[in-house]
Design a protein around this ligand. Structure first.
Ligand code: SAM
Ligand code: SF4
Length: 454
């Protein structure tokens, strides 16, 4: 997945222009937006659509080999017809993992900056403009967040808010603990302040982000220790904030309090992204997931007990070293047992430096392709079935963008489905009551029941 920074109006007058291109996870999207805000505060203007920028930031993803390699072809494409090129900064997890190697493989790169040091981007760019190659892969103890400009709402009614970064779980296939560093939680007061600024700027839905978002912990304003559920309950008190979501969660960090919040906090949307990765306890142990099939299913059961309509989403890896056909069939079995509303599935990608990269029993590409196809066929069937079950239901949408047709808008249902609705007078940012009328695999249709509510 790639995400361009939101279309912003270029600032009038002279000055340099920039473009930030983010790849990979939603945390990268958040980081990309913060970099864009920082560059704007420093006098840069976002380049208009289709126009070359003076500065391009490639905010990269290292999670799988294909994603990591993409950065090199992207750098090549930045060369203009007249042979010139913009100032190029490589940020994100490829920058952290490959560091000086990027400068060696791609000499046109001016700045390399890791995900914990991007608040220093303006200084690094200034150094690059003086002809230096600027590399900063520090993971400073002082969080970058304090050094970033204060947030305001954007042009969209939804926003991401990173509350937690890094990971201490060390799944044997994963680069995140190495590229994003140790698990850290942002302070409660900073998060409440950032959320209030977003809401004051028109944001109505906030998605709390973290590599293991449900490992967030902190102290509330009275000094009491709280977990993610406490933060969600506090945020739910904010007038103007209509919806709260969070992602990505680890099964072991689904606390009793967080499960209970799904039954008690109206603003917490009925959606849970809970990756399991595999359905065989043997493979889960080799992955160092530290949960079992049974403990995962138990969490799902408990969440469904308090919120029966909750949409469950997940992540899967097929072809982890040593995965046999019987192991893979157990993955299909856990999918059948869970009944997902949507899910992401990947072929195992061997990442240098991770324990799994040197394990015996690496699975052949053809076998991985076959397993991925079978898994995705089942997941697609379940997604279609989930969507069909919502047909006929009355629900509320938050309208997020325009559709292709005149007067058509696309909003999100509480279950994170994209829903098309056409009605005069509706605007992006409206909450609207609708009845779902049709369901496809990736989107639904709806009719409005009444004009803007709330
Ligand atoms: N912390 C989350 C969790 O515990 O599931 C996941 C975060 S990770 C950035 C997102 C997803 O990428 C993982 O859930 C996993 O499915 C996938 N992933 C990570 N490393 C991978 C690898 N080496 N090969 C294939 N998929 C991988
Ligand atoms: Fe990676 Fe595992 Fe940490 Fe998720 S929990 S970020 S998959 S190491």
């Amino acid at each position: 997945m790639t995400f361009d920074s939101p279309a912003r109006k270029p600032a009038p007058g002279p000055g340099k222009t920039f473009r930030v291109k983010s790849f990979g996870c939603q945390m990268n999207v958040y980081d990309g937006e913060r970099m864009a805000e920082m560059l704007e505060a420093g006098g840069y203007a976002a380049a208009a659509e289709g126009v070359d920028a003076d500065l391009v930031v490639l905010n990269t993803c290292h999670i799988r080999e294909k994603a990591a390699e993409k950065v090199y072809s992207d750098i090549g494409r930045l060369k203009r017809e007249d042979g010139s090129r913009p100032t190029i900064a490589v940020a994100g997890c490829v920058a952290q993992a490959e560091g000086a190697e990027i400068a060696r493989r791609a000499p046109s790169v001016d700045v390399v900056v890791g995900p914990q040091a991007y608040h220093r981007l303006p200084d690094l760019i200034a150094r690059a403009e003086r002809g230096e190659r600027a590399i900063d892969l520090d993971m400073p103890l002082d969080s970058k967040f304090g050094a970033l400009p204060k947030r305001a709402g954007g042009q969209r009614p939804t926003a991401f808010l990173t509350v937690q970064e890094g990971c201490d779980k060390f799944c044997t296939y994963c680069v995140v603990p190495y590229t994003r560093g140790a698990e850290t939680s942002r302070p409660f007061a900073d998060l409440i302040a950032e959320a209030r600024a977003l809401v004051a700027g028109g944001v109505r839905e906030i998605t709390l982000l973290g590599q293991n978002v449900n490992a967030w912990d902190g102290e509330d304003e009275r000094g009491r220790a709280i977990g993610l559920d406490g933060l969600i309950r506090e945020l739910a008190k904010e007038d103007g904030l209509e919806r709260i979501r969070y992602t990505t969660s680890h099964p072991n960090d689904m606390t009793d309090g967080l499960i209970a919040a799904h039954g008690e906090v109206d603003k917490l949307m009925p959606f849970l992204h809970l990756p399991v990765q595999a359905g065989s306890d043997r493979i889960l142990a080799a992955m160092n997931r530290s949960h079992s099939v049974e403990s995962y299913l138990r969490v799902i059961e408990r969440v469904r007990a308090v919120r029966p309509d909750i949409a469950i989403s997940g992540d899967f890896i097929v072809g982890f070293p040593g995965e046999s056909e019987a192991d893979f069939e157990e993955t299909l079995a856990i999918v059948r047992a869970t009944q997902y509303a949507m899910a992401y599935s990947f072929k195992y990608s061997r990442r240098p430096g991770t324990p799994a990269a040197t394990m015996d029993g690496q699975v052949e590409e053809a076998v991985m392709n076959d397993r991925l196809q079978r898994l995705q066929a089942l997941l697609n069937e379940q997604q279609q079935a989930f969507n069909e079950r919502t047909v006929g239901r009355a629900t509320r949408l938050l309208l997020e963008r325009r559709g292709k047709h005149d007067g058509q808008l696309i909003g999100k249902s509480p279950w994170l489905q994209s829903v098309h609705v056409t009605a005069p007078g509706l605007m992006i940012g409206d909450m609207v009551e609708v009845r779902i009328t049709s369901a496809g695999p990736n989107s639904l249709g709806a009719e409005p029941l009444m004009e803007e509510v709330a």
